[in-house]
Design a protein around this ligand. Structure first.
Ligand code: NAD
Ligand code: DAU
Length: 351
């Protein structure tokens, strides 16, 4: 079969990537979706068992830093477009070891850009780079991140993503590579690795383990349901303007402590526990080094220009998320065995 597009999605076995792959494979049967992933601790093909048998889906295990492997994929699958999500994504891990973040997030991104530039001879292509609001740094009590906000990354993770964003823009300005970019706020939803706040808390509440809140818990994050992020990427990829970046968020700010208390109450109800029981598990621990105080996205550009907005409220999205974790205990047990235990002990033992 000849496909209308042959899209390389990098990092498709990860949290957001697997939601995007699912959306694209099901919504666009006339596209071939090639999921390329190194399958690090964060990549899991179990996330995609429902699409792995589809004829328009292919999986390739490779590292985005591996020039030969990526070249081969571009040639073998005649790649017309890229949606690039592969990354090291966890801030705490970047504080422990920044080099892996430089390799994948910076060197890997430049490798992909370079190969796309060499293979594509016309402008009828799109290289969509998926990035984060953390590149803008940390807000005080007022204001929102706009697309024009100056970059001010603070963590090794956000510095590596900021660097990759700059390379993406450099390839547009210098070589005319047809790029698009999106910078999204914190995602939550099913299949998120339980090193991140929401799945970690859900898992610890289930097992009646301490709920580690960094510092005073007054840091603010702006939460978006992962399925809505995937739909925003779809919209930007198809309708966004070349050379532009789009902020994605849901105007949904929570302090960490209020969010965790809300989660405790909702899970007490679901688990038939006395209201207030899980809250007793909250433990204030040593703060994250260089902890950004507040993130909040102004999503006016994507809302006005591309008519995108989130499909669910936070309460609805969180309810679906908690239900998924409670119904998929095998998934969570599989990913929290082995190496996860070592990671958890290393990260939380001395906090
Ligand atoms: P994740 O950590 O869950 O998944 C990352 C995926 O990339 C994994 O499947 C992993 O195996 C793969 N990968 C890592 N290194 C690779 C390499 N060298 N070569 C090939 N594959 C590799 O991350 P996520 O939360 O799904 O984030 C996906 C993207 O979205 C990242 O670029 C991240 O910066 C960005 N983002 C995430 C959020 C969020 O809240 N999670 C918000 C905004 C933007
Ligand atoms: O804003 C987008 C970013 O959101 C993405 O680019 C990153 O890939 C993603 O990991 C996320 O970064 P954060 O650092 O904001 O997410 P995390 O879930 O690690 O932490 C959310 C907040 O909760 C943050 O203020 C730190 C705090 N926290 C986190 C953990 C894991 C705790 O208080 N306790 C914890 O155990």
């Amino acid at each position: 079969m000849s496909y209308k597009k042959s899209i390389l999605i990098t990092g498709g076995a990860g949290f957001i990537g697997s939601h995007l792959v699912r959306l694209m494979v099901n919504k666009y049967p006339d596209y071939r979706i090639v999921n390329l992933d190194k399958l690090t601790y964060a990549g899991n093909l179990e996330n995609l068992t429902d699409v792995e048998g589809e004829s328009n889906y292919a999986f390739v295990k490779a590292d985005i830093c591996d020039r030969n492997a990526i070249e081969e994929v571009f040639t073998n699958y005649d790649i017309t477009d890229v949606i690039h999500l592969a990354a090291e994504s966890h801030v705490d891990r970047s504080i422990e070891g920044p080099m892996e973040f430089v390799m994948t997030n910076v060197v890997g991104t430049v490798n992909l850009l370079q190969i796309a530039k060499e293979h594509w001879t016309s402008k009828e292509h799109v290289f969509h780079h998926v990035s984060t609001d953390e590149v803008y740094g940390s807000l005080g009590a007022e204001g929102l991140f706009e697309e024009t906000t100056a970059y001010d990354p603070r963590s090794p993770y956000s510095s590596s993503k900021a660097s990759s964003d700059h390379f993406v823009m450099a390839f547009y300005h210098t070589y005319g590579l047809p790029i698009k970019m999106s910078n999204c706020s914190n995602n939550y939803g099913s299949h998120q690795f339980p090193e991140k706040l929401i799945p970690l808390m859900i898992n610890n509440i289930v097992h009646k383990k301490p709920l580690p809140i960094y510092g005073k818990g007054d840091n603010i994050r702006d939460w978006l349901w992962v399925v809505d992020h995937a739909s925003a990427i779809d919209r930007i990829f198809h309708e966004g303007r070349i050379g532009e970046s789009y902020n994605v968020g849901g105007l949904n700010e929570w302090t960490n402590i209020e969010l965790v208390k809300f989660l405790c109450k909702s899970m007490d109800e679901k688990l038939g526990r006395e209201i207030g029981e899980s809250e007793k598990l909250i433990t204030f621990v040593k703060d994250r080094a260089g902890h950004d105080m507040r993130y909040a996205i102004d999503a006016t550009k994507i809302e006005k220009e591309l008519k995108w907005k989130p499909s669910v409220t936070f309460e609805e999205g969180l309810d679906k998320t908690v239900n998924w974790y409670l119904e998929n205990t095998e998934w969570i047990e599989a990913v929290t065995s082995g190496a996860y235990k070592d990671y958890y002990e290393g990260m939380y033992q001395n906090r």
